[in-house]
Design a protein around this ligand. Structure first.
Ligand code: UDP
Length: 365
């Protein structure tokens, strides 16, 4: 751990331009950025966060930037061109970064957007890019590859599965993720509920979890930001009799309290989930994770030990895993979170990445 002030880094974090931190629009990036910022501060570094207006981060002041929000990349088609709205918050955030860059050792980009990657050679301050999703559009693939090639070691990802969605996987640095586990309480005695947590949007395939709840008759509690209201309404109409309850988008402390009481978390992505913050949050509460064998989840869930990996898109697979939940030791779930996904472990990996970039060391997966 770095406490020596002479070793202290001045870090400028630029958040996602799709929504304010705390709104839920940015998905896992909001918590990832917050956790990395808190951990770097704890290690004696100086952190400034630049984010869209309305952003709130506990104990850290945020430079709030006004402007039009960016459309999330996961709603775009593969050949979609790059679009910046008039008075773009993304452009405004990076204009701010340009003006203050000489005050910092390193800029850290948390957005999945073309502009910061494109701007990299125009900045004198080095930029670390933490890429939060897998391959989605041709324009993004090409600009990420350009930066990964010309600025070796500066492109970070969360999992190998995510890296492998790109043709340049070998140029990505794999960082996993981590949480402040002291916030998540271990719950040994759950009630008879299942949980589903995430942005309510088609790529997350909530409908499969609802179908599994209907078949098993075990009520499903749903937590998360409704990104696509129409999609939610379609689920409610199609599964009108399913035992589901929507509890809204909760702050982490309230979410973990509710999540901990559930028998399992169902994670049912249709896309290659880059990581799946919700999976490690569940494990931290002692909640087994039943997930499709797809993307980052395959690197998190220990099949048969801390949950089950089931055939992608198979509701029957979810149902049969739910019926085997008694075989999972909830303490093993918490222990996995403590060993692999603590804030300390995440901080070690991330701080090393920052220092390697500054020393010009190239280390990939
Ligand atoms: N989340 C939350 N409150 C809720 C539901 C979700 O804070 O009620 C957060 C959750 O903690 C996680 C994020 O939403 O950090 C979802 O991130 P994930 O990596 O699972 O998926 P993404 O949305 O990034 O695809």
């Amino acid at each position: 751990m770095t406490t020596d002030q002479s070793n202290s880094l001045k870090l400028l974090f630029l958040s996602t331009p799709v929504g304010a931190i705390g709104s839920g629009v940015g998905g896992g990036v909001e918590l990832t950025l917050t956790n990395i910022a808190q951990e770097m501060l704890r290690r004696g570094h100086i952190v400034t966060i630049v984010a869209p207006s309305g952003s709130v981060v506990k104990n850290i002041s945020v430079i709030e930037i006004a402007g039009e929000l960016q459309t999330p990349a996961q709603t775009q088609t593969r050949d979609e061109p790059i679009i910046l709205p008039k008075n773009s918050v993304l452009a405004n955030m990076w204009d701010y970064a340009r003006q203050v860059q000489s005050d910092y050792d390193l800029i850290v980009n948390f957005s999945y957007d073309w502009l910061p990657l494109y701007l990299t050679p125009f900045f004198s301050c080095p930029i670390a890019h933490l890429i939060s999703m897998g391959s989605l559009t041709d324009a993004m693939d090409s600009i990420i590859e350009q930066v990964a090639t010309n600025f070796l070691g500066t492109v970070g990802v969360h999992t190998l599965s995510q890296a492998q969605t790109f043709t340049f996987a070998d140029k990505c640095r794999c960082l996993a993720n981590g949480m402040d586990l002291s916030i998540y309480q271990f719950c040994s005695q759950p009630s008879d509920f299942l949980a589903w947590v995430g942005r309510i949007a088609p790529e997350k395939a909530l409908e499969d979890a609802v179908a599994a709840a209907q078949i098993t008759g075990i009520p499903l509690k749903i937590f998360g930001f409704k990104q696509n209201e129409q999609y939610w309404q379609e689920i409610c109409q199609k599964y009108a009799d399913a035992p589901i309850e929507y509890l809204g988008f909760l702050p982490t402390e309230e979410l973990q309290k509710e999540l901990g009481k559930c028998r399992a978390l169902l994670v049912t992505p249709r896309w290659v989930e880059a990581f799946g913050n919700v999976a490690i949050e569940a494990l931290a509460c002692g909640v087994p994770v039943i997930a499709y064998r797809r993307g980052g989840l395959t690197e998190i869930v220990k099949d048969g030990e801390t949950g089950f990996l089931v055939e992608p898109d198979s509701v029957d697979g979810l149902v049969s895993a739910i019926r085997q939940l008694d075989n999972i030791d909830r303490l093993a779930c918490r222990q996995q979170a403590e060993t692999e996904y603590s804030q300390q472990a995440m901080g070690d990996r991330t701080e090393q990445w920052f220092r390697d970039i500054l020393r010009g060391i190239r280390q990939y997966i």
